[in-house]
Design a protein around this ligand. Sequence first.
Ligand code: AQP
Length: 333
Amino acid sequence: TPRVFSGIKPSGGLTLGNYLGAIKRWVDMQGPEFETIYCVVDLHAITVWQDPAELRAATREVAAGMLASGIDPERSVLFNQSQVSQHSELAWIFNCVARMGWMNRMTQWKEKAGKNAEAQSLGLFAYPSLMAADILLYHATHVPVGEDQKQHVELTRDIAAKFNHDYKVDFFPITEPVIEGPAMRVMNLRDGTRKMSKSGESDMERINMTDDADTIARKFQKARTDASPLPEIVDGLEGRPEARNLVEIYASLADITPAEVLARFPGAGWGTFKPALAELAVEKLAPISREMKRLTSDPAEIDRLLARGAERARELAQPILDRTLDIVGMVRG
Ligand code: AQP
C-alpha cells in the first residue's frame, strides 16, 4: 500500500488554515487505499525559538486537534517527531546531499528570513532537508500539504533524486505533493495577500480551532473586505483577494465549489454573507473544539497515544535508515 506522510508544526495553536488546508484531507485519506502517517513536527517548530512550556502545550493541542478532527490513532500512525530520532539522523545525511543554493531559493525561507537572513537559525535554513527526511524515512509517496508547502515537497524530490544518483541506487521514491479541493490556501483575514498563520502577529487575522462562537463571529465581521457585493460568477473574484478568501473558506467548510457559494448568495452584500459564513464555521468547528478541550484536559492520555504512535513509527523507520546508512558507507556493528 502506498504511504502518506504529513505533519504540522506545534508553533502555536491550530488555525482554520491548518484544518482546511491539511487536516480535513488527512482524515479523508485514511482507509484501505493508503497507509497514513501523521506527525506533530516539534523539531521543525524550534527552528524559531519556542517557549518550552508553550511548545509542550502546543504539541498536545495540535495532536488533540488532529484526533478531534477525525484522525484515528488505530488507522493512522500519529506521533511527535522528536520521539523518533531517525528523523534527525536521516536529515543529517540529507544536509550533506542537498545544496545551499536549493535552500536559498525557497520562498518560505525568503519570506521568513526577510532581510535578516544572517540572524536566522541554521535549522530554519535547513528546514526543507528535515522535511525531506520526514517523508523519505517512510518511503512515503503521497504528501498532502497546502499550496504553501508545494515547493518543499518538490525539493524532497530533488533530494531523493540526487541521493539515488550520487550513490547509484534506486532507493528513495520520487514523492508527489497532493494538492486538491477548494480553499487549499486560507488567507489572512486582515490581508488577503498573505496566508493565515499560527504565528501571525494579530489574533484577529486568523481563526483558531479553539475560538468560541462569539470570537469567530467577531473575526469574520471585522475581516477586511472591499465595498462591492459578491459577484455572480467566480471570474468576478479576480483581483479581490479578501472576497475570494471568504468565498473559498465557505466553499471548503460546506464541501461545495466557490461557484456554488456564489449561486447560493447571488449578489449578496457582506452584511448577509459574513454572518452566514460565521454561522457555518461555528457549526463545523464547535464539535471539534469541544472534543479538543476534552482531550487536552487529560494530557497524560495524549502523551500515551503519541508514545504508542512513536513506537510504531520507529518500527517503520529503522529498516529504511539502516539501509540508507549501508548505502552511504557507514560501518555498523
Ligand atoms: N493558511 C493556510 N492555508 C492552507 N493550508 C495551510 N497550512 C498552514 N497554513 C495554511 C497547511 O497546514 C499544514 C501544516 O503547516 P505547518 O503548521 O507545519 O506550517 P506552516 O504552513 O508554516 O503553518 P503556519 O500556521 O504558517 O505556522 P507558522 O506561523 O509557525 O509558520 C501544511 O500542510 C500547510 O500547508
